[in-house]
Every structure is written in C-alpha cells, then in structure tokens.
Design a protein around this ligand. Structure first.
Ligand SMILES: Nc1ncnc2c1ncn2[C@@H]1O[C@H](COP(=O)(O)OP(=O)(O)O)[C@@H](O)[C@H]1O
Ligand SMILES: [Mg+2]
Length: 541
C-alpha cells in the first residue's frame, strides 16, 4: 500500500431514536494508521456512532470527513466505496453459503470475481496476507464464531476498506482467538489501515490501542493517548467520578435479619455449552439490598435464570428462605419465597398476547379466588387486577387489551405489582429500570427500596452503576462469570467497582492501597475449563 492511511474527522454528530439522543454532539478523530479504542458502558452510544460512520444510520446533525473531505453516506455500500468497512457485533452471514460466496455476495458486476473458483483463490490469498485463516470453501454453519468473524473482516478487506470499524469484536471470542484477532489487527495497521476498536474491556484496550475515546451517555467524555492513561483514569471517564456516591440513598435499612437467599459455589452453563457462571457464592439477608454491578454479558442473565429456577444449576447449591432450591425449577423457587422481575419483560415475565387481567393472575390462576373447581373466575381476576393497577399506578391499559401494546414503564410496574403482592421473602430484579423514563424508573426504584424497609431481601442486577450504588447495601461485581468484588456501603470505592467491571485489578492501580474489601483470590480465570462443567440439560423456560 503506497497511499497515506485514511483519517476520519467527526464533528458534533447527533443521532436520536424516538427523540432521545443515542449520540449527542460527538467529536471524534481517527488518525491515519492508528488503532483507536472506543469505550463506554452498555448503551453509551458506541454502536450508534459506528453505525453512522458505516452508513447504516444517517446522522441528525453533524459532519464526517475522510482525509479532509466531507462525506455523506446514503448506505453501507456508499460508506464502503469511501473505504469504510464495519464488522457488526452480530454477524451478517448467510449460513448455508460458503465463505467465498459470502464474501462476494452483494458485489456489483465488474468488481465481482469471474467464477467461484477465482473468488475462492482470491479469498485464500487475502486470508494468508492478513493472517485471517479460514477455508474459503467451508460453509458458514461449519465455522466457529472466531472463524465467522474472520470472514466478516475479510469481506470488508475484500471491498477495499481502509478504515475498519470493529464493534466489540472480542465479546464473542475465546482468549486464544482474541490473541489471533489482535495479531491480524496489527497486520492491518502495518499494511496502512486505520482501525476503530470498540470495547468495554479495559485490559485489551490498554494493551492494543494507540489512543482511546470514551463515550458516556452519548457524549464524548474524553480522548487520550493510551500510553499516558491509567486504567483508573479510563474507568473514571467511563463511569463518572464519585458523583453517585454523594447522592446515595440515605434511608436507613431496616435491621438486617436472617438469610433469605444463599448461593454456594454455583456454576451455570450458558447456551453455548460453556461455563457462564463459575463458583458464585453470596447471600442476601432480610432488610438488605444486594446489587450486582457488571457489564452485560458477564453471566448475569444466566445467574438470574439459575436463581429463578429457569436454568439448571450445574454444580453448587441454592437456598431460598431456608429451602433447598438447587433443583426445584421455577415453581419451586417461587413457592419457597422468591419473586422474580426478569430482564426480558415480554418474553419471560408476561404473556404478551394476553390482556393484563390474565397476566396478573398468571401465577395463581389455579388457586382460589381466581378459580374454583378448575373454572376461572373472571370477576375475581378483574378485581385483583384493579387493586394492583391502583396500588402500582399502572396506566394505559384498557380492559381486554393485549399487554404487548402497553408502554415499557407500565409493563414493568405491572410485573412488579404481580410479583410483589405474592407472599415472598426475597425479590430478584433484573435491570428493573432499563428502558423506562425517569419518572417510571424512580417509581420502580422506590418500590424496590420499600421491599427492604418491609424486611425482605432484594437482589438487583443492573448495568447502571449509579443505580446500583444508589440502592444497594452490598455491591457485588460480576466479570466473566465470577463475582470479582464485594463492597459494603462503608468500603464502597466507585473507582474500584468500575475497574473490576472492566476486568482490571484495582489493587494494582489504586493509590490508596488495599483498604478495599475485595476478594481477588477468585480472579477471573482466562480459560474456563469446559470439561469440568457437567453438561446440564438445557433450561425448559
Ligand atoms: N435502533 C435503535 N432504536 C432505538 N434505540 C436505539 C437503537 N439503537 C440504539 N438505541 C439506543 O441508543 C442508545 C445507545 O445504544 P448503543 O449505541 O447500542 O450503545 P452501545 O453500543 O454503547 O452499547 C441506547 O439507549 C439504545 O437503547
Ligand atoms: Mg454496542
């Protein structure tokens, strides 16, 4: 490659969805030939920024220039013509086609190889050149995730991409595959490409990038030379400083009482058959909110499902209010005293096609007063619904209307209403305020805090660190399937939590030394041993 590497300038780029900005007046520069890390919590706007740069979305306002010339993309094809190629988080390959077929798919006449044989040999050469090894004649369904990703990268290189945007490429990779990916990335840079690397993992960003930019809530929170930054600086940019700690919930907890949820060495297998949760041990007591912080995809969903009995516990044990619920399934946990407000509200929490009344009675439709001798009593169900709707201020429902038409905030309140009026001892709430507007979020948080005041235990998972800190008496941090940190209100160190969330070891960088109560003896194991996890049968949910 003889030309100068391409550079990119982004000025005050804004893109909103339904009136809410996903990115807000973002400035961003990619220098020619650099690897530029793009970091930020989930929902910070990373993918949106990349999708604008790759022509998938059109910005509301702002400008993008390549090598000093303003560009406007009407489509990803258009962006590709300008030398920008993106590898999306979710691959876009045709499973039944071969590697070479996928790579030439969509190419226009003239740029397309003359035959599939020629395509295969060109793809093979390109793969060798960049160290992205994959068999051009293999079908996509035969490939590992890492190989599929290589196909996506090759597809962009084949189209002449000078600027490569990789959206969380390592999220789906095993550690060895990650190393190989970064070898290929450094080959790309050596050959004159410029790379945007989206990530929320601290270690790889610090190790492989030249510069980094942090997005926080859609805004650029800062750009820095990687070599001049510490993980603590970057975590601060990602998660904010200790603002959240200042406005913490001041209501004093009811007296902390007996244990109502107890996990001991719980291991859970994920959908891919790999370990999703390893040796999780902790407890929740009456009068206590335990919050689990972590970036999504670190085993939280699997752990929630295991606690709710929706996913088998591969090893270890679970007790709900003194009853062993390791193997009892969802009915067992509920009966023992667990209320569950799931993350996937429509999928797990509700029957979307049914009206609210039926959903409110979903868990106790087979009991009096809702049914007698196997016959549903619609008047009793309507009465229960009316009571719950009033108590939890659920709006926008009309009698008989299916719940999938209700707004997120009202659905969430409806689920809370149903779960919290059962006689339970412990509430498990997953991402309870995600997608809610501020008023609805506040209302939901207030209900959760009320639970504690009423002497029940609460286990809450959220990606919103502020929210976790705001509500919790004990903060746990989850990373790569393990509980990597545990803090009480007194020992809480927001910076350390941020570091742990991104896989860094705060004891290494914390200037204040080791006064923090963190158990690092269970530091994340890079190579989870699949063989040690029994192949539990899949969840029946
Ligand atoms: N297609 C879309 N429709 C509506 N909202 C969206 C869409 N894509 C992203 N968002 C919202 O924009 C915000 C930023 O999302 P995203 O760019 O995916 O963040 P990140 O990649 O940093 O996790 C989030 O609040 C998300 O819900
Ligand atoms: Mg994203």
């Amino acid at each position: 490659m003889t030309t100068e590497p391409s550079r990119l300038e982004v000025r005050s780029l804004t893109k909103s969805f339904y009136g809410v900005p996903a990115i807000d007046s973002v400035d961003f520069d990619l220098r020619g030939g650099e690897i530029h890390g793009l970091l930020g919590e989930n929902g910070a706007g990373k993918s949106t920024l990349c999708s604008v740069l790759s022509g998938l979305y059109r910005p509301d306002t702002g400008t993008v220039s390549i090598d000093g010339s303003p560009v406007q993309f009407r489509s990803p094809h258009d962006a590709a013509q300008h030398g920008i190629g993106m590898v999306y988080q979710h691959f876009r390959l045709v499973d039944s086609f071969t590697v070479a077929q996928n790579i030439v798919l969509g190419l226009r006449r003239g740029t397309r190889p003359k035959s599939i044989r020629q395509a295969e040999s060109m793809v093979g050469d390109l793969a060798d050149e960049y160290g992205l090894h994959v068999d051009p004649t293999a079908r996509i369904w035969q490939l590992s995730v890492g190989e599929q990703q290589r196909v996506e990268i090759l597809k962009q290189l084949f189209r002449g991409a000078q600027i490569l945007i990789l959206d969380e490429p390592t999220a789906v990779l095993a550690p060895q595959e990650t190393d190989r990916l970064f070898e290929a990335v450094s080959t790309m840079v050596g050959k004159g490409h410029s790379v945007v690397l989206v990530s929320h993992k601290m270690a790889e960003t610090m190790q492989y990038t030249d510069r980094l930019t942090v997005l926080q809530r859609g805004r650029n929170a800062g750009t820095a030379d990687t070599a001049n930054s510490t993980p603590a600086d970057v975590a601060k940019m990602m998660f904010g400083d200790s603002r959240a700690a200042d406005r913490r919930e001041v209501t004093t907890a009811a007296d902390v009482g007996e244990t109502v949820l107890s996990l001991s060495d719980v291991c859970v297998t994920g959908d891919s058959g790999l370990a999703a949760v390893t040796d999780a041990s902790f407890e929740v007591r009456r009068g206590q909110v335990v919050g689990v912080a972590g970036v999504a995809g670190n085993g939280q969903r699997e752990l929630q499902e295991a606690i709710a009995g929706l996913r088998p516990i591969a090893s270890g044990s679970l007790e709900v209010a003194g009853t062993d619920c390791t193997k009892t399934g969802p009915k067992g946990s509920a009966k023992a005293g667990l209320a569950f407000v799931p993350e996937d509200r429509l999928g797990v929490g509700l029957a979307p096609g049914l009206p609210l009344e039926h959903n409110m009675a979903l868990k106790n439709h087979d009991r009096s007063p809702h049914s007698r001798f196997g016959v549903l009593s619609s008047s009793a169900i309507a009465k229960t619904t009316k009571r719950l709707v009033e108590a939890f201020d659920v709006r926008g429902n009309r009698r008989g209307m299916r719940v999938s038409l209700m707004s997120g905030g009202n659905l969430q309140k409806a689920i809370l209403a149903r779960e919290l009026t059962e006689g339970h001892d412990v509430l498990l709430a997953a991402a309870p305020t995600r997608g809610l507007d501020m008023a609805a979020a506040e209302a939901v948080r207030a209900h959760i805090v009320d639970e504690r005041a009423a002497g029940r235990g609460v286990l809450v998972f959220s990606e919103d660190l502020d929210e976790i800190i705001h509500m919790s008496d004990v903060v746990l941090v989850m990373f790569k399937g393990q509980i990597v940190g545990s803090f009480t209100r007194e020992s809480l160190d927001v910076d350390a939590v941020g570091l742990l969330m991104t896989g860094s070891d705060p004891t290494v960088v914390s200037p204040s030394g080791s006064s923090i109560e963190i158990d690092l003896t269970e530091a994340p194991d890079e190579t989870l041993d699949v063989a040690t996890i029994s192949t539990a049968e899949e969840a029946t949910a």
